[in-house]
Ligand binder design. Structure first.
Ligand code: RB5
Length: 144
């Protein structure tokens, strides 16, 4: 059993969605660690992405959610860490497929490009979707 289920982080461009998603995690009794940022002051997304990724790789957290302005910077940075499969999603189909087929362990969202209700639906879908294994495990193994 990991200490926490979800490590969540954002830069200033994703701060408001981070707070909204935390409200949802609390309402569902999903354990989480908020690794910042803690205000709308400008900060650097790679630092947050690396911190979240390392918590997952070190088995301190099961999965992660990262939000920046577009979701792109966070996904590029997180995917530099071996063992991280960060999925930048703008729709629920991709969110589900990223779990079922790619065993994504980080969800990346863009506060400036995805509406709030859609973003929350993406989070719910991603959290409730499972990896299918089988032929997909073979492919994921090839990534590693
Ligand atoms: C910050 O202005 C912005 O560049 C960042 O949030 C993100 O969109 C980067 O990919």
């Amino acid at each position: 059993m990991k200490n926490i289920q979800i490590v969540i982080g954002s830069d200033h461009g994703g701060f408001e969605y981070k707070e909204k998603i935390i409200e949802y995690l609390k309402s569902e009794n999903i354990s989480y660690e908020d690794i910042g940022t803690y205000s709308k002051d400008s900060c650097d997304y790679p630092e947050i992405a690396q911190k979240a990724a390392k918590k997952i790789i070190n088995n301190e957290a099961d999965k992660g959610i990262l939000i920046c302005g577009t979701g792109i910077g966070m996904s590029i940075a997180a995917n530099k860490i071996k063992g991280i499969r960060a999925a930048h999603c703008t729709d629920t189909f991709s969110a589900k497929a990223s779990r079922a087929h790619n065993n994504s362990n980080i969800l990346c969202l863009g506060q400036r490009i995805t509406g709030e209700c859609i973003a929350l639906d993406i989070v719910k879908t991603w959290l409730n979707s499972a990896f299918e294994g089988g032929r997909h495990q073979i492919r994921v193994d090839k990534i590693e």
